[in-house]
Design a protein around this ligand. Structure first.
Ligand code: KDO
Length: 330
């Protein structure tokens, strides 16, 4: 009886404590992504970001687009139905066409170039617009990797050395205008489809192939249902860590600083993990029986760049920004 009443007393005390009130008020940060739990970006957010903010917020990831459909995350954050996502430049281009500059083939050169661009003053008006008009803060840039063409056919049946070789190839690309444009720009016949449907589509042959970085080809097991990778590197791909501005605004300055650092640290950790995997996985894929080879990169680059010149996308790019991006590279 004594123990029971001591317990009851402790419970009563806890309910009066300001700390318990704080614990109850901790915001839950729901993050939705089409990526799997084992994807390097997911791992970095779960192991670096989540723990770093745990004193004042609860990180709650939702994988495989189980909470919000791919491509609807920004809208969900904007309307208060989601707190966080890892957004592509292509998704941002749906709202702000000028973001297509960061989704254009052969513009970003490497992971370091992405970071230099994101942290440069050229990015400030882009970030500000997203914050003001969508209520979304872009905190940091995550590295997804170099996207390559990954097909069901063996190389003996279909060799991809130049854009002309992709004529008539039904290539699954994510479903937005900027993605579909990129698919056409590399010479393929792009088919829009959600990420979570790719494996079955490859297996049943409803598409001829897909494009993603090697770590994704392995993580999503696309290698089980494809025969080759042509290392086109047509997009050095990224995601921005996108965060609800209204949740951000409820935080103290110290919490905001800690959250910003958590995002940068997670991005750095994920980037390292992804770069290591990109290096290692060529051997793994070859061991799985895939042919992995380099096409005529100059032919791809020249063709892709020519498609963008004068396009509706290029017309939305602010004057001089492409030159500034190029100047931050090699
Ligand atoms: C994809 O759908 O191919 C893509 O690679 C697009 C990216 O922007 C990103 O959303 C990614 O999927 C998912 O996170 C799954 O890796």
């Amino acid at each position: 009886a004594f123990l029971a009443s001591a317990g009851a007393l402790a419970l009563f005390a806890a309910s009066l404590s300001p700390f318990s009130a704080l614990a109850q008020d901790k915001p839950v940060i729901r993050m939705s992504t089409p990526a799997s739990e084992t994807d390097q970006r997911s791992v970095a957010l779960a192991t670096v970001f989540g723990p770093a903010i745990s004193e004042f917020a609860t990180y709650q990831p939702h994988y495989n687009a189980s909470l919000v459909a791919q491509g609807s995350e920004l809208e969900a954050i904007s309307s208060g139905d989601l707190e966080m996502s890892i957004a592509s430049a292509q998704e941002l281009a749906n709202f702000f066409p000028e973001f297509s500059i960061f989704a254009t083939g052969y513009v970003h050169q490497s992971a370091e170039h992405q970071v230099a661009v994101f942290n440069d003053a050229l990015m400030t008006p882009f970030k500000q617009k997203v914050e003001d008009e969508l209520g979304v803060k872009l905190l940091s840039v995550m590295y997804l990797g170099k996207r390559h063409v990954n097909l069901r056919f063996p190389r003996s049946e279909k060799e991809v050395m130049t854009p002309a070789d992709l004529a008539g190839v039904n290539l699954r690309m994510p479903g937005s205008d900027a993605w579909q444009f990129l698919g056409r720009a590399i010479g393929a016949n792009p088919t829009p489809m959600a990420f979570t449907e790719i494996y079955t589509a490859l297996q049943t042959g409803s598409v001829d192939g897909q494009d993603n970085p090697l770590p994704t080809v392995v993580d999503a097991k696309f290698y089980e249902v494809t025969k080759q990778v042509s290392l086109t590197a047509h997009l050095v791909d990224l995601n921005y860590i996108a965060f609800s501005k209204s949740v951000w605004d409820t935080m103290t300055a110290d919490q905001q600083t800690a959250l910003q650092k958590a995002a940068d640290d997670a991005a750095a950790s994920g980037r390292e993990g992804q770069l290591v995997k990109e290096e290692e996985l060529v051997t793994f894929l070859k061991e799985q029986g895939l042919e992995v080879y380099e096409p005529d990169l100059e032919a791809f680059r020249t063709h892709v760049q020519a498609q963008y010149v004068g396009s509706e996308f290029a017309q939305s790019w602010p004057e001089g920004v492409l030159e500034q991006i190029n100047a931050l590279g090699n």
